[in-house]
Write a protein that binds this ligand. Sequence first.
Ligand code: FPP
Length: 240
Amino acid sequence: MAEQQSYKLPDKLPGHVGIIMDGNGRWAKNKGLPRTAGHKAGVDAAREIVRFSGDIGLEHLTLYAFSTENWRRPPKEINFLMRLMKRLLRDEVEDLIKNNVKLRVIGNFKNMGKDMVDEINRAIDLTKNVTGLNLNLALSYGGRDEIIMAVNKIIEQVKKGEHPEINEESFKHYLFTEGLPDPDLIIRTSGEMRVSNFLIYQGAYAEYYVTDIFWPNFSPEEFVKALNEYAHRTRRFGKV
Ligand code: FPP
């Protein structure tokens, strides 16, 4: 808490922040280290941001940890990341509970091993009664994939003779993010000006913030800069 007082937080916080954590590889390369060292440092940054988000009373945080496109990385890197995340889910769950963080995982589990899916479900179950920050990990997540899966769920209902009314709001119930508010602010690190298939339906009116900082260097102080910039934006949602 003492640390928190040195930051100047805006009066108005976004309800839901999404983060595209990018630049682990470049961070490592700049230091002459293997990419895996960048991912390990990325985990440390994520841990700090999650803790800080809880401390400042943020309600929803979604971290883009692994995209459907990331399955096209070299098998060695995929294996490393999967092992890393499995270990994280197992080892960090106690800390999540202690810090009052409730976990949810959004994504398509079909390419994951059963042991990974079991680990995910176990961690979700253990934090299910927690009431603080809602942490959503986007794992094997892709916005297009999510929309196609939603359409297929609707087709299944129709085949069964149901007639669901589909509109912009009701469609959200078919997405992985069912029940979550749309992201207000989406942050991307390492300077790329891309959406990369992240929350493309839900983020239609999100404010974007891009920083050149590589993810392992993204600190609470940098987060506060983004929150302050968000607080000064005027959101019109298409209105005048
Ligand atoms: C981003 O850098 C790396 C990822 C999105 C992979 C996984 C993320 C982490 C290990 C961070 C924390 C994870 C969790 C589960 C909280 P990149 O590899 O795309 O870097 P580059 O664009 O510089 O190559």
